[in-house]
Design a protein around this ligand. Structure first.
Ligand code: C2O
Ligand code: CU
Length: 469
């Protein structure tokens, strides 16, 4: 009693000393001011799309027919491209043999549009239609995918890109998306039909034996010398991490996980874990005509060719001139790692659950079969519009790309060492026994998922919820 009284007195006195308003809310919040919009000015444009998920047969990989599940009969699904301020309306029909939903990865949508079954909406049953509608508040590279049985549904081909262009985009000579993926095929060339195997669960999820860009082995992009393009990389694989070697390109990184970096960054040393995006500002030198600029993956010891930019043997075009758009306001948050931890997420595995191994957050495995009358477990409550310091602790030997819905965060420290990434993320990769501290100021109220983006880990329990109020 006495003790708690003393705490109250100290808090009151401190509050008075620091004065009212911003100061008492900490330097982190002040530094954050201006980093993200609370709302976006509407353009008045409504972009209406229809989307249908169904089994399909498409020519993929090296051109053979492959039985997949697809949005509008294509893999990747259709690229939805809008401008900042546009309203997005997607009338979605499920013609799959099982329920599904669509989640808009990285987009700050109203909570009810987040596509998490049993949390933000009931599953969309076969034959049903659901309308997703929202106005993205951030320009950048986002993607959409099912959030139900996603280790199977995404692996079978259900994913697509949502590009939100700036209200007035720079004059790139072209703007291209490369969707990185891998496929686990049987010797007969079909999608390996067993999902969530013990092997995948005990390791870093399902890694395929064929790597593709936009569904093709050996993707080629033909450009003219002198072009300046925006190349958007996205990893939709269930488990594979890519470390693209971009040294053949005259390029800078301008956006990570959607939003712009504080300044253009050298493209070396970036990993693309499942869910991550990396946007590049690439200039094709006038002198490069006839050359092939190859991009290989170096995450594994065996180098994997991803794709190449083929520079046509033609006279150069004039290079578009404009300042790099990578000029976001990103707070330094140098003292952020020293603030109290609002919530910790301990990551581990144990025997049990429907697959024999289950992955846990704080010793709990998320139940996907949650009956709607039971309250959902909430791992943390974060105040909307306030600073929160979160910690991920990997108590296992495996990789965990941890993703949070509905907000962006900045990495503050890795294994206790302060880091200053000049950008926000929505997914951060933890290696064996890593501890990663992140800071965030959530701006959107709702019940949001926190989960591993290795889909087999998520499917076997590595998911939880936070409440932002
Ligand atoms: Cu792309 Cu809940 O994830
Ligand atoms: Cu994981």
């Amino acid at each position: 009693m006495l003790r708690s009284l003393r705490v109250v007195v100290v808090v009151v006195v401190l509050g008075a000393l620091l004065d009212a308003g911003d100061l008492s809310r900490g330097p982190e919040l002040r530094e954050f001011s201006g980093a993200f919009r609370e709302t976006v000015a509407a353009s008045g444009v409504v972009r209406a799309f229809t989307l249908r998920a169904a089994p399909a047969e498409v020519r993929l990989l090296d051109g053979r027919p492959l039985k997949v599940w697809a949005y509008d009969g294509q893999v990747p699904g259709p690229e939805l491209r809008v401008r900042l301020g546009d309203r997005v309306r997607v009338t979605f029909t499920n013609d799959l043999p099982e329920p599904t939903t669509i989640h808009w990865h990285g987009v700050r949508v109203p909570n009810a549009m987040d596509g998490v079954p049993g949390v933000t909406q009931p599953p969309i049953q076969p034959g049903e239609t659901f309308v997703y509608e929202f106005t993205p508040k951030d320009a950048g590279t986002f993607w959409f995918h099912p959030h139900l049985r996603s280790s199977e549904q995404i692996e079978r081909g259900l994913f697509g890109v949502l590009v939100v262009e700036d209200a007035a985009p720079p004059a790139w000579s072209r703007d291209v998306v490369w969707v990185l993926d891998d496929w686990l095929l049987t010797p007969g060339g079909e999608i390996f039909p067993e999902f969530n195997t013990r092997h995948d669960l005990a390791h870093d999820g399902r890694w395929g034996n064929v790597v593709t860009v936009n569904g093709h082995v050996g993707e080629q992009l033909v450009v003219r010398p002198g072009e300046r393009l925006r190349l958007r990389l996205l990893n939709v694989a269930n488990g594979r991490v890519f470390a693209p070697d971009l040294s053949a390109l005259d390029a800078t990184v301008i956006a990570v996980d959607g939003t712009y970096t504080a300044r253009p960054l050298p493209p070396a040393g970036f990993d693309l874990a499942p869910g991550n995006r990396l946007d590049l500002d690439v200039t094709i030198p006038a002198s490069a005509s006839g050359r092939r600029l190859r991009i290989v993956d170096r995450f594994t010891p065996q180098l994997i060719p991803l794709g190449e930019i083929v520079v046509a043997d033609e006279p150069p075009v004039e290079t578009p001139r404009f300042a790099s758009p990578a000029a976001a306001h990103v707070p330094a948050w140098r003292e952020g790692a020293a603030t109290p931890v609002a919530a910790e997420f301990r990551l581990n595995a144990r025997a049990g659950g429907p697959f024999g191994i289950e992955w846990t957050i704080n010793d709990a495995a998320f139940r996907h079969d949650h009956a709607s009358h039971e309250p959902m477990p909430i791992a943390a409550r974060l105040p909307r519009g306030e600073w929160s310091h979160l910690r991920f602790t990997n108590e296992s030997y495996r990789l965990h790309p941890m993703h949070i819905h509905g907000l962006f965060f900045k990495v503050l420290a890795r294994n206790g060492q302060p880091v200053d990434e000049p950008y926000f993320r929505d997914t951060v990769l933890l290696r064996s026994h890593d501890t990663v501290d992140v800071g965030t100021v959530p701006l959107d109220a709702g019940t949001w998922m926190v989960h591993c983006h290795i889909l087999e880990h998520a499917e076997s329990g590595m998911m939880t919820l936070i409440d932002v109020r």
